[in-house]
Design a protein around this ligand. Sequence first.
Ligand SMILES: Nc1ncnc2c1ncn2[C@@H]1O[C@H](COP(=O)(O)OP(=O)(O)O)[C@@H](O)[C@H]1O
Ligand SMILES: [Mg+2]
Length: 328
Amino acid sequence: MSRAVVDINDLVIGYDTGTRQVRALDGVDLTVFADETLAIVGESGSGKTTLGMAAGRLLPPEAQVLGGRITVCGVEVTQADDPTLRQLRHDRLGFVFQNPTSALDPTMRISRQVALAMGGRPGSQAIAELLARAELSEPDRILHAFPHELSGGMAQRVVIAMAIARNPELLIADEPTASLDASIRARVMTTLGKLRAESAASLVILSHDLSLIARHADRVAVMYGGRIVELGPAAAVLDAPAHPYTRALLAAAAGNEEPGERLRPIPGTPPVLAGRAEACAFAPRCLFREARCEAERPEARAFAGRDVVCHRAEAVIASDAPPRQEVR
Ligand SMILES: Nc1ncnc2c1ncn2[C@@H]1O[C@H](COP(=O)(O)OP(=O)(O)O)[C@@H](O)[C@H]1O
Ligand SMILES: [Mg+2]
């Protein structure tokens, strides 16, 4: 078994907005191994961004860690002091967010921003080489540009170059292609995968778009209601889903959603939890539910080569496969 880069145990995170409490993570257990690509998928609101931000302790002030532990590159981030966290973020983590233009400083030339991400005083040759690694054509021209002069795809490649500048052990990409044109999403994903493989880093991709990530991930984690409901090798999870939510996501993944559009795989909406779910949070939308699902919180168990959080996994995996030909 390969080394763990991230180890999360029973993580519970809430947001206190003054008027109400939202439980965004309801007990997440997750290990990310060295040299793997893990995709975390789920509808908007399932807790993906909260989980990704928690790894760098980048959560907004209204977020509260209510329980659990999260260890990243050996650092317990919920306990670490500020210098340790700064060093972790600067040297060992790389983040890529949905919107590249908000990640770049509009008043600064690209060369200067990339140089800051690299640290020290890199020459323009080194900066251009880094941009070329992120598969930007004409890196010498881009060096002198301001962010508004770049297309969305070029800007996201600059952000990716900045994220890998210090050879991080872990790259976290949160909806990295959601703001980009459909025609270039797959190519940006391919670049991310190539860079990850070159450096043997771990890549965690957070996305609502199952069709996009399916080809790029070694393992897939499916999130619903602030929990990981199914986690396993991509082939096992996508070819024979054991959780009804995974099954519904696969059936809905046509791969042609508009940027930012929310998946509506099945009638109903994801829950907004005020406290710990004492039953299956998916039960109200589930075609497989029985009385137990509405009475008893399912816990993770090993089943059919993956971990699944479902009382009915045996029935789900035995049911007719969802249409997935558009996905793989
Ligand atoms: N700053 C915040 N204040 C209050 N609630 C929040 C905040 N950020 C996220 N939430 C809520 O937490 C839940 C999980 O959100 P998020 O982590 O953004 O999920 P995802 O990235 O999967 O869309 C949602 O119900 C969302 O509305
Ligand atoms: Mg999000």
